[in-house]
Write a protein that binds this ligand. Structure first.
Ligand code: FAD
Length: 439
């Protein structure tokens, strides 16, 4: 074997959404780019709910639709379902703005989509090295100049390394960009099943007019058994994806097993009829970094940048992570180009990655929602009391039982105040407002 140094202009670690985007942008501008992926193929190890946002896909490929992306159903109905023990209030939106072209989001299956997204990067000229784990960094004069891998003689050199390793940000820690491992209060473990059903059955059970309509639903309440977390439901073309994510800390405290939590959700009287008779296609678990802004590592150092989940770029309340990963990947790719043009790969030059991101929704939203994960951890009533109250209130409002309405209103009022005092309710609403508005 030759002892020649393997050298690229840019090395990207991880062929997820951030990685393949960064590679595509850098390769498009003529740089020699390698993407190193530990999985057999890009997407093989990736997993989400979930929906992809067209604004981010089209930002990278304005001719997206000519490329025939492997997307499932467009999201034409979205919103919240509030579960009580035996019922559900739906607050969803359909028609109107969300159904106007262009559609904002599409459900996707990541195994298919990520490998296609990586193929687009290959078409731009990036070179994918699969089945290879990046294990550490190579330094010269204190600056990162390459990576070591688990392959014999597998050192690969580049003056810019873009780390897109996902939520288990071991390399980001090794580089000293963050000084601690993922915190149990700041990460959710999501478990999900993908259940196959005929398109006709999905449409009939969810009230969708055709295969050209789909749902992205966040589920709050009885789904998380009082723990800080959310459930979800997404419609693929011939399958429904159902899952629930709660913080690792809550799982440790309660000793509730994630698969029991999911099973309980799937057996809920409002959910079970949706999936009755379906076939299990996929069952898995994955972490979601929910610390957002407060858990963000330093985003760059001499010779390296970090993007996507590895940099805690997720807005958990809105299920936005893919679009942040793609936009951050793009920005990192552009910064790599700029560094090559200058011939300077110092931290100072790479800081323009962060400057660029400050101008985008990524940093703006993460900063605005910086109190959200603490808020959810400290306000379990939003997972239990309020969804149950909403069910009681709507149930009472729309049933008669031959009672005078004044009595019904009293019962509605009592259903809230017997669980939470009015003062606390006001305090909860103010805290929620602050967590969302970011003041
Ligand atoms: C259950 C669930 C539901 C979600 N739903 C949504 C949703 O509906 N919409 C949304 O926008 N977001 C959603 N998200 C978040 C979204 O999936 C992530 O934010 C997004 O995938 C992050 O992309 P990424 O490229 O940073 O990381 P990933 O997609 O995780 O990619 C990381 C890649 O790096 C590779 N890798 C890791 N370490 C190494 C190494 N050392 N060497 C080589 N390769 C390595 C991995 O194999 C992987 O391919 C959801 C997440 C979960 C878990």
């Amino acid at each position: 074997m030759s002892n020649e140094k393997i050298q690229f202009d840019v090395v990207v670690v991880g062929a997820g959404l951030a990685g393949s985007t960064a590679a595509a942008i850098a390769a498009r501008h003529g740089l020699d780019v390698a993407i190193i992926e530990r999985g057999r193929s890009p997407g093989g190890k990736n997993f989400f709910g979930g929906a992809l946002y067209t604004h981010s896909l089209e930002e990278i490929y304005p001719d997206l639709w000519d490329r025939k992306p492997p997307l499932e159903r467009p999201v034409t109905e979205t919103g919240f379902w509030f579960l009580s023990k035996d019922g559900m209030v739906k607050a969803t939106v359909q028609g109107g703005r969300i159904n106007n072209e262009p559609i904002d989001a599409y459900v996707a299956l990541r195994a298919k989509f990520d490998s296609w997204w990586a193929e687009q990067a290959e078409e731009e000229g990036a070179f994918i090295i699969p089945k290879t784990l990046v294990t550490d960094f190579i330094y010269e004069e204190g600056q990162v100049v390459g990576v070591t891998t688990d392959r014999p003689q597998g050192d690969i050199y580049a003056p810019v390394i873009i780390i897109c390793e996902g939520v288990n940000n071991i390399l980001t820690q090794k580089l000293g960009l963050i000084d601690h491992d993922i915190q149990p209060t700041k990460a959710a473990l999501a478990v999900k099943q993908l259940i196959s059903l005929s398109p006709k059955t999905i449409n009939a059970r969810l009230g969708l007019p055709s295969r050209k309509h789909g749902m992205a639903i966040s589920v709050v309440g009885d789904v998380s058994m009082g723990m800080p977390g959310l459930g979800f439901l997404y419609t693929a073309d011939k399958a429904v994806s159902l899952g629930v994510g709660v913080t690792l800390h809550a799982l440790q405290e309660t000793q509730i097993k994630p698969y029991e939590l999911l099973q309980r959700y799937l057996e809920h009287p409002a959910i079970a009829p949706i999936i009755e008779g379906g076939q299990l296609m996929e069952y898995g678990a994955h972490l979601i970094p929910e610390g957002g802004w407060k858990e963000m590592p330093k985003l760059f150092t001499g010779g390296a940048m970090v993007a996507g989940d590895a940099a805690s770029m997720v807005n958990a309340l809105h299920w936005e992570g893919t679009n942040m990963a793609i936009v951050a990947g793009k920005q990192a790719g552009l910064t790599a180009i700029e560094a090559h043009q200058k011939g300077d790969f110092s931290a100072q030059t790479l800081s323009s990655y962060q400057d660029g991101l400050q101008e985008r929704f990524v940093m703006k939203d993460l900063r605005q929602y910086r109190r959200m994960s603490k808020f959810l951890a400290n306000h379990p009533e939003f997972m239990e009391i309020y969804p149950t109250f909403l069910n009681d209130a709507m149930g009472n409002f729309f049933t008669s039982f031959g009672k005078p309405k004044r009595q019904l209103y009293k019962e509605i009022w009592r259903s809230l105040t017997s669980r939470r005092s009015l003062l606390k309710v006001i305090g909860d609403m103010v805290s929620f407002g602050r967590a969302v508005i970011g003041i």
